[in-house]
Ligand binder design. Sequence first.
Ligand SMILES: Cc1cc2nc3c(=O)[nH]c(=O)nc-3n(C[C@H](O)[C@H](O)[C@H](O)COP(=O)(O)OP(=O)(O)OC[C@H]3O[C@@H](n4cnc5c(N)ncnc54)[C@H](O)[C@@H]3O)c2cc1C
Length: 388
Amino acid sequence: MAASVVVVGAGIIGAACAFHAASAGLDVTVVDRGPVGGGTTSRGEGNVLLSDKEPGPELGLARLSRALWFEAGDELGADSFELEAKGGLVVATGPDGLAALHELAARQEAAGVRAERVDGVQELEPHLAAGIPGGVYYPQDAQVQPVLAAAALLRAAVARGARVRTGEVAGAVTDGGGRVVGVRTAGGDGLFADAVVNAAGTWGGEVGRRLGAPIEVLPRRGFILVTEPLAPMVRHKVYSADYVANVASSEEGLETSCVVEGTRGGTILIGASRERVGFDTTMRPDVVATLAAQACRLFPFLRGVHVMRAYRGFRPYCPDHLPVIGPDPRVAGVIHACGHEGAGIGLAPGTGALVTAHLIGRAWRGADPAEHTALLPDRLVLPGGVRA
Ligand SMILES: Cc1cc2nc3c(=O)[nH]c(=O)nc-3n(C[C@H](O)[C@H](O)[C@H](O)COP(=O)(O)OP(=O)(O)OC[C@H]3O[C@@H](n4cnc5c(N)ncnc54)[C@H](O)[C@@H]3O)c2cc1C
């Protein structure tokens, strides 16, 4: 059982780990080489989704996490990070797609998700294109503003005694037995603790390597478009059924599926592409144009709306599309919490609670390590055949 912890990374995952660990009474130090939420946390949307998840380990964590987002909202003020239970509408583009959507919804319902079949989708979203045969409405889908959420969780952690430091983690501090008892920064400082949490997102593989505990976490690039602010036109998160298939896909090449949602500021966010191109930062106007065209097919009024900007980020993914959460089986003192791919905002509080449960050696806020063994690092086989 740990009494103190260094959390590497001040993105949404590191912030949630710090919040829960500090709430459990641990002495917490967070270290990041950049600003709070400056990594992938500032590069996506803020969807907290159950609708896009197949029954299984990720959905289990997502259900816990959604409940903990609303607990955090009650505790910290939902408005401070724009938490909103706006609901998600998944629409089919043809009869086959609708049958597949209904079949997925039935399996999700059996796993505890609320799902409602919708025939007249325009009743929920009046500006949707005509001819959509139907969809499924997920009332539990929600949204947060990711950077505000990371800041709110960290502020609350600091109020409970946590410290936040700036520095690039360059390596581990170990005791005589090889246990990690802190980190060394590039500036030469040592930060000491009973355990170190690797919450470095897309860079979790490299931080793991620096701690002597490499894991396989890779970047999956995505572009988002932001429109000019409008009067409210899109009430829910709306996406087409092929989004779920794209999220789960292991294709190397470009995939785009339409996701449209309004924000409190009036802008409309349009996503989302997925590509495995390493950390290539090149802007791709063709991808942006494809996303815009798909969004206009779903919501024809968008044809007359200006795109204000487009940006991209790198989702951190593990080869099996599940996050890696739990103690490294090779190096005592290291706990991984990364690889959340396109769901890290939604999964953050559940991850923070689960990491805390591992740290204190008992269940914490509904997170019981015995119920989330599929997320442990032992499942990952690294290049070269090393078993993590
Ligand atoms: C286009 C796009 C859309 C998305 N939409 C959604 C969505 O709607 N819903 C959702 O749930 N998720 C979404 N995501 C995914 C989500 O953004 C990520 O899963 C999440 O932000 C990962 O958070 P993190 O804290 O693990 O990583 P990060 O936010 O990247 O934080 C990692 C931190 O570690 C720090 N760091 C790295 N190396 C070091 C080092 N050596 N020393 C010190 N610090 C270090 C970095 O500076 C960074 O701040 C989307 C992502 C993209 C790209």
